[in-house]
Ligand binder design. Structure first.
Ligand code: SF4
Length: 372
């Protein structure tokens, strides 16, 4: 087992675009949740991992005492890992919290920046501003927890190309080790979605999405952040080992409300609502809501979708070893089509998206669905 994901579903404010499993922290049974989470973590039959990622929600919305309880729970169970990441919001990342995380061997922070433009941050409903971003990074550098990733979004309502250039300039100044830069997707049941439906807001930026994405890729490459996944970029040797567990289609554990893990050929999904999660752990010592056993077809499809996200692509040898069939016997038609169209390329060992293919990834992925 390579990895563990831990979900903390609490936030100090709900962002307008968010459809993650989260609740406002005020009046929530946070201590009871952490106790149930401890029971789930303690029940895992594994103590040796390569990566741990604590996400949310916002893990930094926890108090110092709650944060220490969580860190101690993880420390008691698992040995040293090579990459241990906490998600954090810039305005919640105090010097005390950074020092505490560092004391418990957290060695990577994923900072939810989203944009450097204060007006856009307000539209997104974020609690932080430009100054908070710089302040939190200054604190991390001073305390020596300086391996941090910046999370950004593009395709924001009212966004201009100038905002992308501004983010690139700030990245050049701050020099984070890693950048995740996703296109905003308007999901149902979000404030954004409702506003669009009521005609109070228009979708996305006025600039073509492909144009912004192209600028993000080239702009980051020019300042030392080559792309290694559809939405991820890093300095050399700082690719996210944890997220690569997902994209390499490897097994991982997950703990917490609404989290999902992948063990052997089974994907499991935990109960989502916080109170139900706690009750189920207390009453039944079990928080799994659903288990889905993957058949060979599911697994071949996932191997393609996930690994094609990486610039490295799908390993031809691994596919054959894993499924006992040459990749061309299964996907010959789709591979030939997209290689001829210039969407895919092949070398001796890998098949990967071309720059052009990366722009239309989802359109290509549907051709790797197998008719049952
Ligand atoms: S802080 Fe993150 S998880 Fe919480 S509401 Fe905002 S986007 Fe969602």
């Amino acid at each position: 087992m390579r990895s563990l994901y831990v979900h903390i579903p609490f936030c100090n404010r709900i962002c307008t675009y968010c459809d993650f499993n989260k609740v406002l922290i005020k009046n929530q049974p946070v201590d009871a949740y952490l106790m149930a989470l401890k029971q789930e973590i303690d029940s895992f039959p594994v103590t040796d991992l390569k990566t741990i990622y604590v996400g949310g929600g916002t893990p930094t919305s926890l108090s110092m005492k709650q944060l220490e309880f969580l860190l101690q729970t993880i420390k008691n169970k698992f040995g040293q890992v090579s990459e241990y990441t906490f998600e954090a919001n810039p305005d919640e990342l105090t010097t005390e919290k950074i020092s505490l995380l560092k004391d418990y061997d957290v060695n990577r922070i994923s900072l939810g920046v989203q944009t450097f433009n204060n007006d856009l941050l307000k539209v997104l409903g974020r609690t932080h501003n430009f100054d908070d971003i710089y302040r939190s990074i200054e604190h991390m550098n001073k305390i020596g927890l300086d391996n941090y990733s910046i999370d950004l979004m593009y395709n924001l309502p009212g966004e201009k190309l100038m905002d992308i250039e501004d983010s690139l300039k700030n990245i050049e100044i701050l020099k984070p080790k890693h950048i995740s830069w996703y296109s905003l997707i308007i999901e149902p049941h979000t404030v954004f979605y409702n506003k669009i439906n009521r005609g109070q807001m228009s979708i996305g930026s006025s600039i073509k999405e492909g144009e912004i994405y192209g600028r993000v890729i080239n702009g980051l490459n020019d300042i030392g952040y080559p792309q290694y996944e559809i939405s991820n970029f890093s300095q050399k040797e700082f690719q996210s080992q944890h997220n690569k567990t997902y994209w390499l289609n490897e097994n991982y554990l997950a703990a917490g409300a609404g989290s999902h893990g992948y063990i052997g050929d089974m994907r499991y999904y935990n109960i989502k609502p916080v109170t139900h999660y706690i009750k189920s752990m207390n009453d039944h010592k079990n928080v799994v809501k659903e288990k889905i056993k993957l058949n060979k077809t599911d697994m071949m499809e996932e191997e393609m979708f996930l690994r094609l996200r990486l610039n490295q692509g799908v390993s031809i040898e691994r596919f054959e070893d894993k499924f006992n069939m040459p990749i061309y016997d299964v996907y010959g038609k789709a591979l030939d089509k997209h290689i001829n169209l210039g969407h895919l390329q092949q070398n001796d060992h890998y098949i990967s998206l071309t720059d052009e293919g990366r722009m239309i990834g989802n359109d290509i992925f549907v051709d790797f669905l197998i008719d049952d």
